[in-house]
Design a protein around this ligand. Structure first.
Ligand SMILES: Nc1ncnc2c1ncn2[C@@H]1O[C@H](COP(=O)(O)OP(=O)(O)OP(=O)(O)O)[C@@H](O)[C@H]1O
Ligand SMILES: [Mg+2]
Length: 508
């Protein structure tokens, strides 16, 4: 390889100084939202037979896209031949490539072209995570980074992986144990750095079934003490703002530019468009769901408002509380004028629909690494039940209602109160027994999915599920604890008896 320019790029990547002043991104635009298109793309094959000469011609629009990329970042074309597109998420497009001038080198690369409107701090954060955390314990590392103006390409080793949906019907309990052990190992590593990944989902935890290899990717939404908090020109913390990677949200035109700083400047604040905005939409949501009637902020959180509301630009503007310390609607399924006049409480909302923890859905401003454990618990739930995606709803309130109907009202109300939220429900529902629910769903799903996809469910698979012990469900319950402060950590999860069981034969 002609190394000079590439080395410069590596140095850029390693610089602690960051990229904020170097990357010329337009902060005022939204990151493109494309949803989980990656899930629909073909399984990544890293075989060297992917050499361009041996591939069928690419569709002309993809060819144009690749030529555009060569033009936008000439260094890419100088060093790599792009062979195909292998992933497309909300914030990037990922291509498979090989070295241009070294045909004898078979190694393949994943080139992640980050959407140019991404905030520079987010790009810096992603690189920082890949550099400092990645490269071990199932966390993806980085080879180098190329940049031209506002276009940034992160070059990673290509990780050949299987589709989560294809694996679901055919996994044995033993394989589930290994998958979860490796996912928890990756999370333990990330959480040791006090970093929250914030987008744990199957398409971000790559799995090569044949090689038994795993890789956690996509730190585009990560937050933590070692990372910079993107700020806009008025000092608003982007990290604290609601963000989304869902195509639905993108379709609704939710934009990072709609920060609280835009309030009063003629631009609609993002919070106002949030499905969980308590002030204006709660009444409408009540009509939609007969389970969750009201979610509103408790007084404790209003008093201890988040940091950005304390700065000079964001003096708290809550109307005074009524004499007894409560407003007119406290504890009632209505919203009084006093509360309508309050500023919305802002909280991080980064993540993907269906994987957000209850404290995220209920807009708790104090979020921790426990949000990743919840999302990993949802993956676990999907595997144990054979149902993916497990939660399907129109909006955050719908997801919350589904969580409540699974975990029971009592546990959810108590959890909400632990982070200062009052959850008022019109119906009492008991906790569902996760073991029987999962096995019932899996029994149905396994046979129907296997039949429709033509995959062969062996007797080994069937037998392993027939003798499954209680330990996986016990761990699942601890991961899906609605209370983030008692939810199990990745480190403790790895000590759980489920992982001490040798194989499904001895797990009965
Ligand atoms: N190193 C890699 N090797 C192979 N495939 C990869 C690699 N990195 C990413 N991909 C593929 O590209 C997809 C999108 O990558 P990534 O998740 O990093 O981008 P994103 O735009 O943030 O996606 P999303 O918003 O959907 O989570 C992944 O789901 C995966 O299928
Ligand atoms: Mg992703």
């Amino acid at each position: 390889m002609k190394n000079n320019n590439v080395n410069t790029a590596v140095l850029l990547c390693n610089s602690d100084k960051g990229m904020e002043e170097e990357v010329n991104a337009d902060d005022t635009q939204d990151r493109r939202g494309k949803g989980d298109i990656a899930e629909r793309l073909p399984t990544v094959d890293e075989s060297p037979s992917g050499a361009s000469a041996m591939l069928p011609p690419l569709p002309s629009d993809l060819d144009d896209e690749i030529n555009d990329l060569y033009r936008l970042v000439p260094e890419v074309g100088n060093h790599f031949t792009i062979l195909n597109k292998i992933g497309e998420g909300a914030f990037s497009t990922v291509y498979k490539a090989r070295l241009k001038h070294y045909p004898e080198i078979q190694e393949m690369f994943a080139l992640k072209h980050i959407v140019p409107t991404s905030h520079p701090s987010r790009i810096e954060n992603e690189l920082r995570c890949l550099l400092k955390i990645g490269g071990q314990d199932n966390v993806m590392g980085v080879k180098l980074c190329l940049r031209n103006k506002d276009h940034v390409i992160v070059v990673m080793p290509l990780f050949s992986h299987d589709k989560f949906q294809d694996i679901l019907p055919v996994v044995t309990v033993s394989e589930v144990r290994e998958y979860m052990r490796n996912l928890m190992t990756a999370l333990r590593r990330v959480h040791e750095f006090n970093v929250i990944h914030r987008d744990i989902k199957p398409s971000n935890f790559l799995y090569n079934r044949q090689k038994k290899e795993y890789a956690l990717v996509d730190f585009g939404l990560a937050s933590g003490t070692m990372l910079t908090t993107p700020k806009d020109e008025e000092g608003c913390e982007w990290q604290k703002l609601e963000q989304t990677t869902t195509s639905a949200a993108a379709a609704k035109g939710i934009k990072p530019a709609d920060t609280p700083c835009t309030r009063g400047k003629g631009r609609q604040a993002k919070d106002d468009r949030s499905p969980l905005s308590p002030s204006k939409k709660a009444a409408g949501e009540r009509n939609k769901s007969n389970i969750v009637s009201t979610v509103k902020s408790g007084l404790q959180l209003q008093k201890a408002g988040p940091s950005w509301q304390k700065g000079p630009m964001h003096k708290p503007s809550f109307p005074p509380l009524v004499p007894n310390g409560l407003c007119d609607c406290y504890g009632k399924p209505v919203i009084c004028q006093l509360c309508v006049g309050r500023n919305n409480q802002l909280a991080p909302r980064a993540g993907t629909a269906g994987f957000r923890a209850p404290e995220v859905l209920m807009k708790s401003p104090d979020q921790s690494t426990a949000v990743d454990i919840w999302s990993a618990g949802v993956i676990f739930l999907s595997i144990l039940s054979g149902r993916y995606p497990f939660f399907r709803a129109q909006d955050d309130m719908g997801y919350l209602a589904q969580i409540v109907s699974l975990l029971g009202t009592e546990a959810c109300v108590q959890a909400a109160s632990s982070f200062g939220k009052l959850l008022t429900l019109s119906e009492q529902t008991p906790t569902v027994d996760l073991r029987s629910a999962c096995l019932k769903l899996r029994g149905v799903q396994t046979s129907s999915r296997a039949a429709s996809s033509g995959s062969h469910v062996t007797s080994e698979v069937r037998d392993s599920w027939a003798v499954i012990s209680d330990t996986p469900f016990d761990l699942l319950e601890k991961m899906l604890d609605p209370n983030p402060s008692s939810r199990i950590s990745a480190k403790d999860a790895l000590q759980h008896p489920f992982f001490a069981e040798e194989d499904e034969g001895s797990s009965s």
